[in-house]
Design a binder for this molecule. Structure first.
Ligand code: AMP
Ligand code: ZN
Length: 468
């Protein structure tokens, strides 16, 4: 079966194919965080889905070039810097650093580039793009000094969000970056400087000001990936007006031959008791909140990845508990397979049913189908190990398959190297105690390690410490 995804533009399943002449290469643009606060795990639902997409495309042999932008100038970042009484760059820097730490904790593959909106090169590109839109009559400067996109000049406006422009009052304008479909109106490309902007502003042919959020992504996406991008992702809240505006800007400023984006993919929101998890609603958890409560990045990743990206996902601590249980089963199985395979180097290919893990993902990232194959394989081989019927080459074959599964899910156990320093130190002390046959001391240290949330198991290859 071919790899199919749901394209928001056509609202149907479409096979992913590279562009002619591009080999097996695909470009992927993912809208990144606005760094005015710590990203919450609703944001990370979007990034984890995008990571699963990238990893599965790579597993299927595509070379993926991914760019993720960082929005470091917009209404919210300026407001935050102003309230803190510091420069914009000083305000956003710690949030940017925290974001990259979270990316690691959640095992997200790094993008090829993380352009920031305030990079001089990007600002120059935004200004050039707005200039082209002005020349072609798609933009105008209003009496407030700001430059707006004239939506009446682009017949396709509304094609992504399926908004009908009939009955709209032409010439209506909106200065803020976010607004509802009902208020569809000309949106700001360049916002004229106002005193609240303080030191934030760049010179342009239309006077001092700053870019609108939508032009930031249009300029960075096409600047780094070219005029046509294969796949563009985000959460459903990005469809309108953000992605709709990106299409209008790029298709009006571009060479007009090809669409801006071939496949649009959007994930459903992470919800909390029926509402979208959002900073503005105050119903959010950051990854840090959860790590402090003793959950691991791997558990959060499992909880976010295990529900289909377009399906409803309600965030609960019970959900994280279920993730912990599922990972515990996978870890125990992996250890059992490792013991069974011993020093065997020959691998027997597992049954063809295991291939269905990947074909399930070919079907619009059907993760439920893929996890069903994984856990069915686990159950079946555990049964055979109970009977002593699984041979070492069969166990080795399953471990090899699991390594391929891991390259897509990235749910393998925390490496020993990532133990917290205090646990690592206790581990060394315990190993020394055991070597000296000081069994009582070794047991005491095991309890100390357990109190920190880690479990020690003694195997023939020495002690193994895993998240308890
Ligand atoms: P923002 O920082 O608000 O621009 O959001 C960054 C990314 O996170 C965008 O792709 C949003 O669509 C996505 N996002 C925001 N809130 C949620 C949520 N509750 N569930 C899933 N994705 C979200
Ligand atoms: Zn964007």
């Amino acid at each position: 079966m071919s790899l199919q995804i749901h394209n928001t533009l056509s609202r149907s399943l479409e096979e992913i194919t590279p562009r002619p002449g591009e080999g097996k290469s695909l470009s992927l643009y993912t809208c990144g965080p606005t760094i005015y606060a710590h990203a919450h795990i609703g944001n990370f639902r979007a990034y984890v889905f995008e990571d699963l997409l990238q990893r599965h495309l790579q597993e299927r042999g595509f070379a993926v070039r991914r760019v993720m932008n960082l929005t470091d100038v917009d209404d919210k970042t300026i407001r935050g810097a102003h309230a803190a009484g510091i420069a914009l760059g000083d305000y956003t820097r710690p949030f940017k650093e925290a974001f990259f730490q979270d990316v690691k904790t959640l095992r997200l593959l790094p993008a090829e580039a993380y352009p920031a909106a305030t990079d001089p090169e990007q600002i120059a590109r935004m200004i050039a793009m707005i200039g082209t839109l002005m020349e072609r009559g798609h933009a105008y400067q209003a009496e407030d000094g700001s430059v707006y996109f004239r939506i009446a000049s682009f017949a396709d406006y509304g094609k992504l969000a399926h908004v009908d422009l009939e009955g709209q009052r032409p010439g209506q304008r909106v200065a803020s970056d976010e607004y509802e479909k009902e208020a569809v109106a000309d949106f700001a490309l360049w916002k004229a400087w106002v005193p609240e902007d303080g030191a934030v502003g760049w010179e342009s042919p239309w006077g001092k000001g700053r870019p609108g959020w939508h032009i930031e992504c249009s300029a960075m996406a096409t600047g780094l990936l070219g005029e046509t991008i294969d796949i563009h992702c985000g959460g459903v809240d990005n469809i309108f007006p953000h992605h709709e505006a990106e299409i209008a800007q790029c298709e009006c400023a571009g060479h007009g031959k090809a669409p801006f984006v071939r496949y649009w993919m959007h994930c459903a929101h992470l919800m909390v008791e029926g509402s979208k998890m959002a900073k503005s609603a105050g119903n959010f958890f950051t990854l840090r909140d959860l790590l402090e409560k003793g959950w691991t990045g791997r558990e959060v990743r499992y909880a976010l990845i295990s529900v289909h990206y377009r399906g409803a996902l309600n965030f609960t601590l019970e959900g994280l508990g279920a993730a912990r249980t599922a990972l515990g089963r996978l870890d125990a199985w992996r250890e059992r397979l490792t013991d069974t395979s011993g020093a065997e180097t020959q691998a027997e290919a597992p049954g063809s049913a295991t291939g269905e893990f990947f074909t399930a993902l070919d079907d619009d990232l059907n993760i439920s189908g893929a996890l069903a194959v994984l856990f069915e394989t686990l159950r079946e081989s555990n049964r055979r190990m109970d009977e002593g019927a699984l041979t070492p080459p069969q166990a080795r074959g399953l471990l090899n398959w699991l390594a391929r599964v891991d390259s897509v899910l990235a749910l393998e156990p925390e490496a020993l190297a990532s133990l917290p320093p205090e646990v690592e130190k206790l581990g060394e002390e315990r190993a020394a105690a055991r070597a000296a046959k000081e069994w009582k001391k070794s047991d005491e240290i095991r309890d100390q390690i357990a109190a920190l949330g880690w479990a020690v198991k003694d195997t023939k290859d020495g002690q193994k410490i895993t998240k308890g």
